[in-house]
Design a binder for this molecule. Sequence first.
Ligand code: SAM
Ligand code: SF4
Length: 334
Amino acid sequence: MLLDTFGRVATDLRVSLTDRCNLRCSYCMPPEGLEWLPKPELLTDEEVARLVRIGVTQLGITEVRYTGGEPLLRRGIAGIVAATTALEPRPQVSLTTNGIGLERLAGPLAEAGLDRVNVSLDTLDRATFKRLAHRDRLDDVLKGMAAAQAAGLTPVKVNAVLMRGINDHEAAPLLRFCLERGYLLRFIEQMPLDAQHGWTRENMITADEILDLLGAEFALAPDELADRGSAPAESFAVAGHERDGRPATVGVIGSVTRPFCGACDRVRLTADGQIRNCLFATDESNLRDAMRAGASDAELAERWRAAVRGKRAGHGIDDPSFLQPARPMSAIGG
Ligand code: SAM
Ligand code: SF4
C-alpha cells in the first residue's frame, strides 16, 4: 500500500492525461496559453494503462480520476477508461472535465464503464464565461452536462470557483441551476496554482464567504448524513430541496482556509509520468524514464511507494516559507 510517515494511506489516484486545454480559465492559465509538453514526453495510452494497473493491483488504489488540462482532448480516453474499468479489483473511475466535447463523448465513456463526471462551471452568463475562460463555449459545457446525465454518469458533480468582482454574485444562481437539474454543486476556494501567479489571499472568496452568499437565498445546515472522511468537500443540506429522495446538498471545498491535508488520501500522476504526492509538492518522482529504461512492475511500484512515503504533513500555504509549485494546476492535474 501507499503509506506516508504520518500514517496516511493514498488510495485515490488522479491521472492527468494532457496539460493542454481548450479554455483559459484565468485562475488556471494565461490567455495566451502555456508552452505544452512535447508529445514524446507524454505517456502513451499503454504507459498510462500500465502505471494505473500497477497502482490498482499492487498498491491499493481504489479510485482513479482522469483529469488534465482537458482530458477529453486525449484521443484515446475511452480506451484508457475501458482498460481501467477492466482491472481487478475494479476501481471507481471518474473524470474531471470542462465539459467541452462531453455531448459527443458521454455515451462512449459510459459504455467504457466510467462511473461519474465532475464538470467545471463557474458562471451561467455567456459574457462572464467569455471573460473568465477567454472562449465563448458556455453552451457546449451546458450541453455536455446534460449529455452526461442522460448517459447515466450520475450524480453529475459541478465544480465552481468564485472570483471576486467577476462571478461571486453567481453563487446562489449556480446552486439554483444545479438543484433544478439534480446536479451536485461544489464550490472550490481558489488556490495559488495559476501559471501567471495572480492568486492573492484578498481576492480569494473564502469558504465562509461562500456560505454567506448562499445563505442569502438558501437555508443550509451541516449534512448529518455525510461522513467527511477523506472527502475535501464539507457538505451542507439545502432546506426544502431533494435529490434522489433525500435532502439535496451543496459542497464547499475550503482547500486554503479549511485544509483537509490530515485526511488526504490522494496521489497524482502527471501526463509526463511523474508521481506527485501533493498538489503543492515541489518535487516529483519520474516513473516514465524508469519505465522506458526497462524497469519491472515491482521496481516501478517500489519507486511509487518511496514517492508517497516522503509526503509532507500539509500544503503550508499559510507558512511564510510557502513556495508555489513550479508546475501550474493544468500540468499537475487538478
Ligand atoms: N480541465 C478540466 C476542468 O476544468 O475541469 C480538468 C482540469 S482542472 C485543472 C480541474 C479543476 O481544478 C477544475 O474544476 C478547476 O476549476 C479547478 N481549478 C483550476 N485552477 C484552480 C485554482 N487555481 N484554484 C482552485 N481550483 C482550480
Ligand atoms: Fe482548462 Fe480546466 Fe484549467 Fe480551465 S481549469 S483552463 S478548463 S485545465
